[in-house]
Every structure is written in structure tokens, then in C-alpha cells.
Design a protein around this ligand. Structure first.
Ligand SMILES: [Zn+2]
Length: 489
């Protein structure tokens, strides 16, 4: 079997993946800034890295998956200016910042659960690792790569760039950065404290009215956005680990700054592989508040948005995401989502049908060819669209066998069953929808209650009582009201 090849953004090459510590893999993924409900921009990352994790586990690795929660330090402008995103939301909602963090952490994790994303092994919060961040900032100052101004600490990009490559990950050249930073940036709050406009905050002095602030060697303040990931990945995965993941929008400044901070402390980049998924567009356009195309995850699942023709189930969304390669853009449209829904249904029907297939004495199809093609596709930089194409081939084989046009023996049927279990349900993580079960149960219960009402109306009390008693026995409670009967379990 070939080995897993992953595209490494850091080297811009597809490289064979071999973990640092024989069968163990350290995987760090940048998680959400929890200041609002999860939206469409949040659905892709968790699914992409969930499939990477599931595949690594399939290959026999023990994965330590760390996904952080940003609950402090991420400012409204994504740079070093403006209000803290959580602090602002707390002010608007008139609650504590930690209530904002808790509410939206729960909402994010619920969205992930609905899409069958396995929970990370460790989910560290930035606000819970202030000491580790301060220690790291002190180390960067000791290395001569950060300076203190007025209670704030800034990373000295020019000093760092004398002996290190700054901009390698994102492909930005420092001269361009300096020229592009322009004078208007300097006029913004705090910019005049910086020696160079490209320097970024490691620690910011807090004004007395700033809600979240901690004591530090430099006075009361709060950490910059980037230092949390350097400090937390190092704490849980060590000075160097296998894979660092995130969205392409995090390449600069977030991941570039992470590399600089970690290199300042340890002498090298924290991760060997940097894996980035591409962004989502809606009807060919970027998501933006001004375009009014920002769709929340729960609106996607309920269909309650003007741009949506109907509700799309979490499994449809998961399948839709995996039908595209993670490094390509993914365009949401009603047509594409409905096509994904149909395709998924075809695979689910085939998967359910396999155990009922007729068994022949001989076989006319070699299922292991499909299995081998699935592995080749995943090893080719997680080519999930190709895996799905193989599963459609398996569905075709299944349908032909069901129609008696193709003979499969017992071991071929078992291999086909194994293929759907391993690849569709296991590695791609597609499950039977819970909601589908709810709908079916609802339908059956309505049917029984209608039958009971009809029995009563025709004075067949023996039947109506029997239905009621049997349902009660099964744990249902039936309430008769003016508008008919209702049930609960
Ligand atoms: Zn991060």
C-alpha cells in the first residue's frame, strides 16, 4: 500500500506523511472565536479535519487532536486595533464575556455533533492559558525578538527576519508588507507604539474599562490573538508536532505569526505539516454581511433563510463538503446541495440494501478493486471526491446484483458491506440521520392516533382501547385534547 501524501502549505509540496513518534500523531487545529452562533464559514473546517483524523486512525495511528477555543484577544479588526470580539458581544448582550464564550462554544460543538464530527481530545481555551502565554512572551523578549512599550509587548518582525524567514508560509515578502502597511495603519490606535507597522501584539495593555484583563510582568492587560495557539499547541503537543490545520484565511497573519513566535522560542516551526482548507462561497460570492448572504448553521439545517429553497440536513452538508477537494473552493447553491442530497440518498440506499442481496455461487465482480481505489484516493492528499466516485461505483454494483444482472458470492457481498461500513460510514463519517428517524416515528404515531380516533368515532372501543393500552405499555403517553390526541415518549 502506498503511504499518505499530504500537501504541506509550508513547503508548497505534496509530501509523504510519516509521524514524528512512530504510531502517534499530534494534530492541532485552530478552532472558533466564540462570540456568535456558528455560520456557514464554520462548517467546512471541522468536517475536513475530522476526516483527516478518522483516516489517520484507520491507518492505525493514535491521534491526539487538539482544537482550541478563542475566547480572548481576537479583536474586531483581526489585527491589533479595535474592541475584543467577545468583550463587544458581552457588552451588547449585557452578560459576562465567559457567558458569551460558553453559549457559543456549546452552539459550535452542537453543530459539530450534528455533522458527526468527533470531539477533539483536548479543547483548550485561551483564557485558561494566560500563564503559559505570559511565559512564552517572556521567552521571546529574552531572545531579543520582542519589546515592551507602555505596558504592551510587540513582536519585532524586522529583528526576527534578520535570521529567520518571515512570510514563508503565506508567501508574503517583508518589503511588500512594509510598503503595504502604509501610513493610514500607523494612525490607528496603538500603531504609533510599534517600531515597524508589521510588528504584532503579544500582549496589550488594558484600559481600566476593558472587561477581560489579567496581571502580567508588564501591568494589567490581555494576550494578542496569535500567542494562544503557540502556547497551547506547545503545551499539549510539544515543541514540534505533526500537523497544524486551519482555514486558508488564517495563513496571514495568524499562522505566520504563530511560526515566528514558536521559532523565537524553540528555533523552528512548531509543526512539520501545515494543512489548510479553502473557503466557502455562496452562489459564487464571498460571504459578507453587506451581501446579506451570511447563513447561520441552524438556518442551513432548518431552511429558514431567503437564499435557501429548503432545509438541508447536517449529513447532506457533510457529504456536500466532502464531494469537493479540501483545497478547492466550495460553492453553496440550492442546485448543488440538492444534487448532493440525491447522491447521498443513493449511497445510503445501496448501503442498506447490501445485507439483503441475493448470494450466488460465483462472483462476477472484484470488490477489492474498489477498496484499493479508495485507499489510493485518500492517500492522494485526501481526495474525498474520488472516494465518493468509488462508492457510487459500489452502489452501481449493488443495484445490478439486486436486479439479478450481476452475480456476487458471499465473500463479495461481505466485502461490499465492509466497503460501505469502512468508507462511507467510518472514514467519511456519514450516518443515518437522526431527524429521519424522528420523522418516521412521528408519521407512524400520527397514523396510529388517526386509527384510534376512527375506531372511537365508529364506537369500536375495543380497538381504540387496545391501541392506547399497547402504546402505554411501550412507554408512550397519549393525551386527548379538544384538537385531537397528542403523544410523548
Ligand atoms: Zn490558531
Amino acid at each position: 500500500m502506498s503511504t499518505l501524501q499530504l500537501y504541506n502549505t509550508y513547503t508548497r509540496h505534496t509530501e509523504a506523511f510519516v509521524p514524528l513518534h512512530n504510531n502517534r500523531v499530534g494534530l492541532y487545529v485552530c478552532g472558533p472565536t466564540v462570540y456568535g452562533p456558528p455560520h456557514m464559514g464554520h462548517v467546512r473546517g471541522p468536517v475536513v479535519f475530522d476526516v483527516l483524523r478518522r483516516y489517520l486512525e484507520f491507518l492505525g495511528y493514535k491521534v491526539r487532536h487538539v482544537r482550541n477555543i478563542t475566547d480572548v484577544g481576537h479583536l474586531v479588526g483581526d489585527g491589533d486595533e479595535g474592541e475584543d470580539k467577545l468583550g463587544k458581544q458581552a457588552r451588547l448582550e449585557q452578560v459576562e464575556p465567559m457567558e458569551v464564550a460558553q453559549t457559543y462554544t456549546v452552539a459550535y460543538n452542537e453543530m459539530c455533533r450534528m455533522m458527526n464530527v468527533l470531539a477533539p481530545g483536548i479543547e483548550p481555551r485561551a483564557s485558561g492559558h494566560i500563564i503559559e502565554q505570559i511565559e512564552m512572551i517572556e521567552a521571546i523578549i529574552s531572545a531579543g525578538l520582542a519589546y515592551v512599550v507602555n505596558g504592551s509587548v510587540y513582536f519585532d518582525v524586522l529583528a526576527y527576519a534578520k535570521t529567520n524567514e518571515y512570510g514563508k508560509l503565506s508567501g508574503r515578502i517583508l518589503e511588500d508588507l512594509v510598503a503595504g502597511a502604509g501610513n493610514e495603519a500607523r494612525e490607528l490606535e496603538g500603531q504609533d507604539e510599534k517600531r515597524n507597522p508589521n510588528d504584532f501584539a503579544l500582549w496589550k495593555k488594558a484600559s481600566p474599562d476593558h472587561i477581560m484583563q489579567w496581571n502580567s510582568p508588564w501591568g494589567k492587560g490581555y494576550p494578542g490573538w496569535h500567542i494562544e495557539c503557540s502556547a497551547m499547541s506547545r503545551k499539549y503537543l510539544g515543541d514540534v508536532f505533526d500537523i497544524h490545520g486551519g482555514g486558508m484565511d488564517l495563513l496571514f497573519p495568524h499562522h505566520e505569526s504563530e511560526i515566528a513566535q514558536s521559532t523565537a522560542c524553540t528555533g523552528h516551526s512548531p509543526a512539520r505539516f501545515w494543512v489548510h482548507h479553502n473557503m466557502i462561497t455562496i452562489n459564487g460570492q464571498k460571504m459578507a454581511k453587506s451581501l446579506n448572504n451570511g447563513i447561520m448553521a441552524d438556518e442551513l439545517f432548518s431552511g429558514n433563510h431567503p437564499l435557501l429553497a429548503k432545509a438541508y440536513s447536517p449529513m447532506t452538508i457533510r457529504f456536500f463538503i466532502l464531494q469537493a477537494h479540501y483545497r478547492g473552493t466550495l460553492d453553496f447553491s440550492n442546485e448543488a446541495l440538492q444534487a448532493a442530497e440525491k447522491g447521498l440518498q443513493r449511497l445510503m440506499n445501496a448501503s442498506a440494501q447490501v445485507p439483503k442481496l441475493p448470494i450466488s455461487d460465483s462472483t462476477e465482480y472484484n470488490v477489492s478493486d474498489i477498496q484499493a481505489a479508495c485507499e489510493r484516493s485518500m492517500n492522494d492528499d485526501l481526495n474525498t471526491p474520488q472516494v465518493i466516485a468509488q462508492l457510487f461505483e459500489a452502489a452501481r454494483v449493488c443495484n445490478s446484483a439486486a436486479d439479478g444482472k450481476l452475480k456476487l458470492d458471499r465473500s463479495a457481498v461481505e466485502a461490499l458491506n465492509n466497503l460501505f461500513q469502512t468508507w462511507l460510514h467510518g472514514i467519511l463519517g456519514i450516518q443515518t440521520e437522526e431527524k429521519g428517524n424522528d420523522d418516521a416515528l412521528n408519521g407512524v404515531m400520527q397514523m396510529l392516533l388517526t386509527m384510534r380516533a376512527d375506531a372511537k368515532a365508529s364506537k369500536n372501543y375495543t380497538l381504540s382501547d387496545e391501541i392506547r393500552n399497547k402504546l402505554t405499555e411501550l412507554g408512550f403517553s397519549i393525551k386527548d385534547g379538544k384538537d385531537g390526541s397528542s403523544w410523548s415518549l
